[in-house]
Design a protein around this ligand. Structure first.
Ligand code: APR
Length: 229
């Protein structure tokens, strides 16, 4: 079984009711990303940023993993450490479907940290500017553990190593618009991997193969194909 490296984007959680960013009516049609997804936006208006992420955290908690998340968890149960999921998503649906080998390169909405002292908090509820940090006691610093535009994504070293090991790179529900994730497919190809896109529409990036359709249909079918080899 080849080493399979999977990149997921918002499209894998779309059918669980969580919004994507760049589809028509997506989150970046509804909100100005400069205001809600940058450190400058947080400094300017932290209450608006908390409102944006509190709403998304509430929707995440009410959402259920879908057949695509479950199929990827089934693949991991079958092939274990021969696969790894790198997700751009900040939701916890991969984990709630049973996946354990997941790297959240853009952080995790369920967690928070203090911008003043860096102390981490797990599984938080709604955040507000009134929250004081349990460690440094300073108010106003608690922020979602989410990588904003202009900040460095997590796990880049591990991702680099995984790209070097991958024999098959699969992009699921990602538009290929945001770097560094958008560059992974070219890097995987350069390093000798086969590349496959499973997405609602073909993105401009050059994959060796594509399957177009809703993730809840094409991901389980692909997993069954892989496991029948
Ligand atoms: N099944 C499969 N693919 C889908 C589905 C679906 N049901 N619905 C939407 N898609 C596809 C869209 O066609 C699109 O290509 O998912 C992709 C979603 O693209 P984006 O909204 O740009 O989301 P993503 O690629 O994850 O964005 C990357 O940008 O704003 C930042 O940090 C944010 O992690 C995010 C990053």
């Amino acid at each position: 079984m080849s080493e399979i490296l999977i990149l997921t984007g918002a499209g894998v959680s779309a059918e669980s009711g969580l919004g994507t960013f760049r589809d028509v009516g997506g989150l970046w049609d509804q909100y100005d990303l400069e205001e809600v997804a940058t450190p400058e936006g947080f400094a300017r208006n932290p209450a608006l940023v908390h409102e944006f992420y509190n709403l998304r955290r509430d929707l995440m908690q009410k959402a259920e993993p879908n057949a695509a998340h479950r199929a990827l968890a089934k693949l991991e149960r079958e092939i274990g450490d021969r696969m790894l999921i790198i997700t751009q998503n900040i939701d916890d649906l991969h984990e709630r479907a049973g996946s354990k080998r997941v790297l959240h390169m853009h952080g995790r909405l369920a967690n928070a940290f203090c911008a003043h002292c860096g102390s981490q908090r797990k599984e938080v509820g709604a955040l507000s500017v009134a929250d004081a940090c349990a460690s440094c006691r300073q108010p106003g610093g608690m922020r979602p553990d989410v990588v904003w535009f202009g900040e460095i994504p997590h796990h880049l070293e591990e991702i680099d190593q995984a790209l070097g090991r991958a024999e098959l790179f699969v992009s699921i529900g990602a538009s290929g618009q945001v770097y560094p994730a958008a560059g992974f497919v070219a890097a995987a190809q350069r390093l000798g991997a086969e590349t496959l896109e499973l997405n609602m529409e073909a993105t401009s990036t050059a994959f060796n193969a594509r399957k177009i359709g809703p993730a809840t249909e094409i991901v389980p079918t692909w997993v069954d194909e892989i496991l029948s080899r």
